[in-house]
Design a protein around this ligand. Structure first.
Ligand code: GLY
Ligand code: MN
Ligand code: MN
Length: 465
């Protein structure tokens, strides 16, 4: 990656000084026992292998970048190993200066010469407090409207949204690791095997590939719990495993985000086959509609209509696909959005909020289901995002008094009840199919196409170890 060029491009877009923070080490239980360090993505975008606790001042007046690093102490060298000197860091990063971060505030005050300074909130709360004190702004990492000044978010997002060939190469490089993880989990899925064992295969593959999980691995026969992180079940004949897992490259921070589903102890049941084929059909329809200028919400609605049509054929819904999607009846089975941006963050730039993801005055739907659509952008060449429709049989939704009343003419809750009680009373669960997509000049490239997805293929791999 050409980090120096990225920094120069950011300087061009700034109208006043900006301090970016990498974020510091965060403790797990006692101060010396810390979580592995992961720099804030907007810092990682501009600096290779950043140090915990570091910061950088971008000054558009003169076009200088000053890097602030923690002091080098004998104790740190003893416990954690020696790190490069300030001089070596200056040469490696090709910055204009390196200074001690302990004196960040006084150095920045001197360099800013009275100008208002911008900064961004980061996940590490202590560092965000420092950013608040430095800028006098009410920065808050948990509130997308307070992560930073809008113009700064726009400037960084404009750079991070369209991926360069180097970034795409990194995301493509990870696919071999993602494939190994998913195929290993498929192969070991036999009755009596635990979700935890499959998770071990998945995360072992990530580690062997020089990666960490990009997010908590979702590996469960309870696929209807969208973001479950429990791995406590034992696989039984008739279960469907849902694996939503992707690696993040330990050095660069880029990631994959992929979901596959497969049956345990034999091929899919007739219902499993119908649901799988329908989810796949809707995913392929949405992928086929990807092109520059396509509006992501239209892709979401297209996938929703394909699902609604199939659910009518299965006797779960009644009505025209348009009417079902208009009323939100489809969301009784497809209760989330079609996808999200992907890059350094699994939900790339999500901390910057709907300012980025719902541009041009667009706003989120208030309707259950579509309200979770994480972006409504016009696609551009170079954007990378996921397409991940799914169908789920969620007891809390399908037995909700409110929804049963609201959708009584459109949803056949008695038929849904059949799915909730099948599989020995454990219920059908859920099926999601997720790939990572690049919008090209002419359409879509499925970056994760190498990971088996055709029904017959996943059926033949499942349990084959
Ligand atoms: N892995 C979380 C998601 O698919 O959004
Ligand atoms: Mn995703
Ligand atoms: Mn996912």
């Amino acid at each position: 990656m050409n980090f120096a060029r990225r920094r120069a491009a950011l300087l061009e877009r700034l109208d006043r000084p900006l301090v970016l923070f990498a974020g510091g080490l965060v403790s797990r239980n006692y101060p010396a026992n810390v979580f592995p360090f992961r720099a804030d993505s907007s810092f990682l975008y501009f600096f290779e292998r950043p140090e915990p606790g570091s910061a950088a001042l971008f000054d558009p007046d003169g076009g200088a970048v000053t890097l602030f690093l923690p002091e080098r102490t004998v104790a740190d060298a003893l416990w954690h190993g020696e790190v490069e000197s300030f001089e070596a860091a200056k040469a490696r990063h090709q910055v204009d200066g390196v200074m001690n971060v302990e004196a960040l505030e006084s150095h920045v005050a001197m360099l800013a010469k009275g100008r208002q300074v911008d900064a961004l909130a980061v996940a590490d709360r202590k560092t965000t407090q420092r950013a608040r004190d430095l800028t006098g702004e009410e920065l808050d990492f948990d509130d997308p409207t307070k992560v930073g000044r809008g113009e700064v978010l726009d400037a960084i997002a404009a750079m991070r949204l369209a991926k360069s060939s180097e970034e795409l190469a990194e995301m493509r490089r990870l696919v071999a690791t993602t494939k190994e993880a998913h195929v290993l989990a498929m192969r070991h899925s036999r009755p009596g095997v635990s979700e935890q064992l499959l998770t071990g295969h998945v995360e072992g593959s990530f580690s062997r590939g020089g990666c960490v999980p990009a997010y908590n691995t979702i590996c469960s026969v309870r696929g209807e719990v969208l973001h479950t992180n429990a791995h406590e079940n034992t696989l039984q004949v008739g279960d469907i495993v849902l694996l939503d897992a992707g690696p993040e490259a330990s050095l660069s921070g880029y990631c994959n985000d992929v979901t596959r589903c497969w049956p345990v102890g034999g091929p899919f049941t007739p219902e499993g086959r119908d649901v799988y084929e329908l989810v796949l059909k809707s995913q392929l329809a949405a992928i086929a509609a990807v092109k520059p200028g396509a509006r992501f919400r239209d892709l979401h609605l297209l996938a929703s209509r394909v699902l609604a049509e199939g659910l009518v054929a299965m006797g779960l819904l009644s009505g025209s696909p348009d009417a079902l999607v208009e009323s939100g009846a489809h969301a009784m089975f497809f209760p989330h959005g079609l996808g999200h941006q992907l890059g350094l963050d699994v939900h790339d730039l999500e901390t910057f909020g709907d300012r980025i993801h719902y541009p041009n005055g667009r706003t989120r739907s208030a309707q259950f289901g579509t309200q979770y659509l994480r972006m409504d952008m016009d696609l551009q060449p170079g954007m990378t995002f996921t397409i991940e429709p799914g169908l789920y049989f969620v007891p809390a939704i399908l037995r909700s008094k409110e929804f049963r009343e609201k959708f009584k003419g459109q949803v056949h809750f008695d038929q849904a009840e059949r799915f909730l009680s099948m599989n020995g009373g454990r219920g059908f669960g859920g099926i999601r199919i997720e790939d990572d997509i690049l919008c090209t000049e002419t359409g879509a490239e499925v970056l994760t196409a190498a990971i088996p997805k055709a029904r017959a293929e996943v059926e033949s791999i499942a349990g084959s170890a």
